[in-house]
Design a protein around this ligand. Sequence first.
Ligand SMILES: [Fe+2]
Length: 387
Amino acid sequence: MTDVTIADDGRTLRLGGDTRYNRFWLRDACPSLPTKESGLRRFSVATLPPDLTIAAATVDGDRCAVDWSDGHHSDFSIAALRDLADRAAGRRRDVTPCRTFTADHTPTRFDATALELGSETHHDLLDTVAREGFALVTGLADDDTETERLAACLGRIRETDFGRVFDIVTEPEAWTLSQSNLGQDAHSDDPFRYSPSGISILHCRRAAEGGGGRSIIVDGFRVAEDLRAEQPASFELLATVAIPYIRRRTESVDQGEDVDMVAYGPVLSVADGELMGVRFHERSTGVFDLPADIVDDYYLAFRAFAEKVRDPAYQFDHRLADGEAFVFDNQRVLHGRTGYESDTGGRRHIRLCTVDRDQVHSRLRRLKDVHGRPGVDLVMRSGAAAH
Ligand SMILES: [Fe+2]
């Protein structure tokens, strides 16, 4: 029989040995409180009386009955209560594990023709993107509609000032670097948005003639973890200090709208010591407006991170062929490309779109239930924070 005692003048329930439950937490966990299936509650913890106490408690087998000072009665399953308490205390422990990668990575490949919605393959794609940061999809049909078909595996496309799907083609007057034939250092897209692009697709319709235009993929989490080990003070600055990212466009262009966007965020988002996201684009930063006592160290920390991103040891390199696509977590994995020969015929054509990360993670949780795969409830990494 499990021992039960009331301690701290009714503010704590002790249940067998050292297990202690706070009065508010215990009442919050009462199974009789009405909760909708959707998770939307019909009860608010803010309505509990501040002087609430546990008046009486008894144990009978696996059940623990509690009488409360406000007249409420609770009947708990002790096993269920312990499970809930363990999960509440250890929620960060269950954060989805990441497999970080460097230059010698072999990405997980998916055949586009096997990506049927709701299938095990579809599930595997989402799981791979969540754990490895990106996946390579091959065998997309020679058709523009394939970009949206692939995006439908992730969720609803986020429409931005670039539109639903942004066609990256070589333009004579480029208004983004992507429309030139120049190389680009690895970066995360759209750091100037409060919430940058989420899970993004780079779909190659036509690779550049004459070679070049190779994709460079860098695991921002791997770079950050190595920096944390080698230069902890620099890691700390990048994880705590927000810097400005800016995008202004006022000229009339054939794609996109005029914008004036400014977002402040740290390069690294960290919660309880765990990396949650990366926001990094060297060419989109404003001047760092930092306090005098940290400005020097901050510039050096930013430089140290950028140097690692440019280190070939971290750069997975792949030339997307016609009909191939990367699906990547833009708030973890950085992407860039090598330059390519002038492409005046406009042959090179890459299509880009993005789906919010929470939608993709929601699908992953649902598919886990549908396919009955084992594992804890998926507590996913929440991405790049804004300050
Ligand atoms: Fe980009």
